[in-house]
Design a protein around this ligand. Structure first.
Ligand code: ADP
Ligand code: MG
Length: 234
């Protein structure tokens, strides 16, 4: 039996707004097993980022539970959560969010420095190795602004892998890339899934539906449909 890596049980996230309560997530129950690649799709405003932020422990549910790797995310203190996140979750965003004043290698070393998992010398080696793995080793000493969008996203993926987290979350990682570059980034992410990482990614790219184990469609903060790969390919 595989242990579920992510377990949401009736997770709700309600935002108070001047117009009243906004149910960004209106009771989502979902179990994702270790090593699965799950794509989250849905229109803008359907709750995709809210869902990813709950899994990442960036945000807490208003009610319901979110468990990741056996830990109850909402029960942790802020500092425990940030330590937990550093070791357990790698996150990739649409706009890369690399620090402009650090070189590409230093960006990748940053989560290792935060977690204190390796000595500075070993962290540097690890960062170089990860940049080679995502195919941009030659860019290591440059600043992010000197890289193309696709290269910056590869750097962000290397950074997300820095502490070798079992879980990789990506919120529209290809939203800012041309379709050919997007395809390469999606290949890289699904390859990581094939190597045993659990990957949850929000995407508009139809192509991912054929590579993900499951596609979860959100509509108005609820799961509208779940498609398994066999069906998606058929
Ligand atoms: P998606 O990522 O699918 O576009 P989001 O999860 O970002 O959707 O947002 C879901 C809903 O929650 C949207 O209606 C959005 O406007 C609303 N929302 C998101 N964040 C906030 C916030 N901080 N305050 C109020 N409403 C929010
Ligand atoms: Mg979003």
């Amino acid at each position: 039996m595989t242990t579920p890596v992510i377990e949401l049980n009736e997770a709700r996230r309600i935002y108070p707004t001047p117009q009243g309560e906004l149910h960004a997530l209106a009771g989502v129950s979902l179990t994702i097993q270790a090593g699965e690649v799950v794509a989250i799709v849905g229109r803008s405003g359907s709750g995709k980022s809210t869902l990813v932020n709950l899994i990442a422990g960036i945000d807490r549910p208003t009610s319901g539970t979110v468990r990741v790797g056996g830990s109850s995310v909402e029960g942790m203190t802020e500092s425990a959560r940030s330590r937990w996140r550093g070791r357990t979750v790698g996150i990739v965003f649409q706009f890369f969010q690399l620090l402009p004043t650090l070189t590409v290698r230093e960006n990748v070393m940053l989560p290792i420095d935060f977690a204190g998992t390796l000595s500075p010398a070993r962290a540097k080696d690890r960062a170089t190795e990860l940049l080679a793995r995502v195919g941009i080793e030659s860019q290591a000493n440059k600043f992010p602004s000197a890289l193309s969008g696709g290269q910056q996203q590869r750097a962000a993926i290397a950074r997300a892998l820095a502490n070798d987290p079992p879980l990789l979350l990506a919120d529209e990682p290809t939203g800012n890339l041309d379709s050919q570059t997007a395809d390469k980034v999606l290949s890289l992410l699904s390859e990581l899934g094939a190597r045993g990482k659990t990957v949850v990614l929000v995407t508009h790219e139809r192509e991912i539906a054929r590579r993900a184990d499951r596609v979860v469609s959100l509509a108005d903060g609820q799961i509208a449909e779940i498609t398994h790969r066999e069906v998606a390919r058929g």
